[in-house]
Write a protein that binds this ligand. Structure first.
Ligand SMILES: [Mg+2]
Ligand SMILES: [Zn+2]
Length: 180
């Protein structure tokens, strides 16, 4: 069986508006171009969400709150016939020094192994330098979204010499270039 190609998606600031530690479904806002973009990408790729949720470790919301919020997003995507294979999340804070927080590529390796995914022909899409580092650590191509926190951290990216494959401000534009 030939290997699959995946798009690994950061969630906050990529799929939905990043409102800083949001967990209430009434606050959930899907970003422009995301639904249409995922529909097009789905012709070639399978999807995963990998998200750092230090709000759990900080005590701002619970794992249960996280699931409720995330399930709501998944239900919106499902209504549009978009399937997310699985959501992986890190509930820790940086100081915990866990092995599941991006940029540690643990979940990329797991995706490659369990879903038979070829990471070299897969993409990581994120709005934080650690997302790009994560993708590079796993051997993926990367898209840096200048949405969410992207703008704020653009200089960081340059300072740390982290080079995304593509930089975009709209999900649909990113999609078109990935599909080229
Ligand atoms: Mg983000
Ligand atoms: Zn973790």
């Amino acid at each position: 069986m030939s290997k699959k190609k995946a798009i690994i998606l950061d969630r906050d600031g990529v799929l939905i508006e990043d409102k800083n530690y949001s967990y209430k479904i009434e606050d959930l806002e899907v970003l422009p171009g995301v639904i249409e973009g995922l529909k097009q990408l789905q012709e070639e790729f399978i999807f995963f969400i990998v998200t750092n949720q230090s709000g759990i470790g900080r005590g701002y919301y619970t794992v249960k709150d996280f699931h409720k919020y995330n399930d709501y997003l998944i239900s919106i995507l499902n209504e549009n016939n978009i399937k997310i294979e699985k959501t992986f999340f890190c509930p820790h804070v940086k100081e915990d020094k866990c092995d599941c927080r991006k940029p540690n590529p643990k979940y990329l390796k797991l995706i490659a192994d369990q879903w038979n995914v070829n990471l070299e022909s897969s993409w990581m899409i994120g709005d934080h330098p650690s997302d790009i580092k994560f993708g590079i650590n796993g051997g993926c191509r990367t898209v840096y979204m200048v949405t969410g926190h992207g703008k704020k951290h653009l200089q960081d990216l340059e300072a740390k010499d982290i080079k995304p494959t593509l930089v975009h401000s709209n999900f649909l534009d990113a999609t078109k270039e990935i599909m080229k």
